[in-house]
Design a protein around this ligand. Sequence first.
Ligand SMILES: C[S@@+](CC[C@H](N)C(=O)[O-])C[C@H]1O[C@@H](n2cnc3c(N)ncnc32)[C@H](O)[C@@H]1O
Length: 363
Amino acid sequence: MKVKENGITLSVQKGVFFNPNMEICRDICSLAIGAIGKKMDVCDAFCASGVRGIRYKKENKNVGKTHFVDFSERAVECAKKNAKANGMNECSFAKEEVSRFLLCTDSDFQFLEIDPFGSPAPYIFDACRHLSRMGKGERYLSITATDTAVLCGAEHSACVKDYMAVPLHNELCHEAGVRILIAYVQKMGAQFNLHLEPLFSLSALHFFKIIFRAEQDAGKSFEELQELGYLLYEQKTLERRIMGKPFACERKEHEIVGGPFYLGRLHSEKLLLKMIKKNGKRKYAQKERIAKLLLLMKNENSLPPFHYDLHRIADRYSLNPPKTDAVIEMLKKKGFSASRTHFCPTAVKTTAGLEDVLKGMRV
Ligand SMILES: C[S@@+](CC[C@H](N)C(=O)[O-])C[C@H]1O[C@@H](n2cnc3c(N)ncnc32)[C@H](O)[C@@H]1O
């Protein structure tokens, strides 16, 4: 099968994985690499057809050597052909299990792409160990999770087992899932003194994509862990409270606790601004959608974790669902900060509490 994606042509043989719906994810990651701007070698682990590694190189001048890894012989052969057909000469190919590859290789790459089927959890330890083994310097870890049903709480026990965290299976599930994934990666990294700062955290379609900046810093990795926390959520009133520790308080009948969550900022505003600029110059098929997403992410970034879904609140309090922008304006007039969020089209992120959001909805 021949595939075209943003100016590159790929042949994808039978038995080699290719999902055209993930084009937007590849677009956004490529933008992030360009926006980071530093010279970097890339490892496209889980490469399949090689589409990511090839696009990252072709679209960004700062990419040097590209390493392609997959345990499927067909995939590696396919990636080799595609890299050659697209004029790439600085590459290496490994038909190997990713964990084994990361344990044994002496190659240093500054951008490690982890794009497996389903959960990335089994590979995070190996990825962190490799990044740490490479020593001082800034590196980047890019992680895709397509096990969103697990992280969003539809499969509660799987989330507890895979991520050692309690998910929220309600209107906060996507943001909660992203924050569980970040916390998990930070916990894995900490044992290697790796400080992992999320630069970009996206929830879209059926996937989560997080790009971290990684550096060796025992102090910062310890501090990072102090900032993980929990959310106490009252299922009847929809009130919520962030807590440092889950068991240090009494719980009422309808309260549930989720977490541990990463509770800091989800994105780097500086990186998002550069990505917005770059997107303007690129000819991506979904350019406008990407522009809207990036702007939403920029606007939500400085607001507290966890949004208010106005439709959920309207339903609970027997109100007409209000216009999201009208509530945002109302909250701003009262002196609160407020914005839409990329996690949910009917939600607001705000510095206001539930009581003021309700007042804004009742006007
Ligand atoms: C989701 S696909 C990757 C998609 C690709 N990155 C893209 O954007 O089209 C996962 C790929 O990883 C390979 N794979 C799965 N588990 C692996 C492992 N543990 N080690 C090496 N390769 C693995 C599969 O053969 C498959 O080609």
